[in-house]
Design a protein around this ligand. Structure first.
Ligand SMILES: [Zn+2]
Length: 177
């Protein structure tokens, strides 16, 4: 599927970009629940996850063999699902596109890439610090409504970092032409 190839290409470009490195390595996430405790390479310093350590972990495995599924629908209410510390990632395309449809018209492959990058951090061993879904997680100017999770939850923040980078790369640069 052509879109699937684009999604993976975009996710790769994001993770390997200076923008992503600069965005993540300056952050800290002050909640020990960010660590799923399924990967002993996830490091905590005084219950804090350092973005720089997460960034290092991201590149520890050079060529991960991921089992990625892009599914149309699901009874699961989330945008994707990744059993922790597995390489089995499922992204629910309709849910993702519905969730992000108001966000500055990113193209279909880009919005799925936002989810894939988020899910990959679950694969690395990072968990959510909340157990409920965040409904209507949007703000009119294109960012999260839940600032607590934005600040403290690394996988949640990864999604927004990727979204912000794509927004800068795709939408703003397109406007400048
Ligand atoms: Zn998640």
């Amino acid at each position: 599927m052509e879109v699937a190839d684009h999604v993976i290409l975009i996710a790769n470009m994001i993770f390997n970009s200076k923008d992503f490195k600069d965005s993540l390595t300056t952050l800290t996430f002050k909640n020990p629940e960010n660590n799923c405790s399924c990967n002993d390479q996830v490091i905590l310093h005084d219950d804090v996850v350092e973005g720089a350590d997460a960034y290092t972990l991201l590149f520890k495995e050079f060529n991960p063999k991921l089992n990625i599924k892009f599914a149309r629908g699901s009874r699961w209410k989330g945008l994707g699902v990744t059993p922790i510390c597995t390489k089995d990632i499922t992204s629910f395309i309709k849910a993702i596109q519905g969730n992000m449809k108001d966000l500055h018209n990113l193209n279909p492959a880009s919005v799925i890439a936002v989810n894939l990058c988020h899910e990959y951090f679950h694969s690395l061993g990072y968990c959510h610090t909340y157990d409920k879904l965040i409904e209507n997680d949007k703000r009119p100017n294109g960012g999260p409504i839940n600032w607590q999770y934005y600040r403290d939850d690394i996988t949640y923040r990864i999604g927004w970092i990727v979204y912000d980078i794509l927004h800068r790369w795709v939408v703003i640069e397109k406007r400048a032409i």
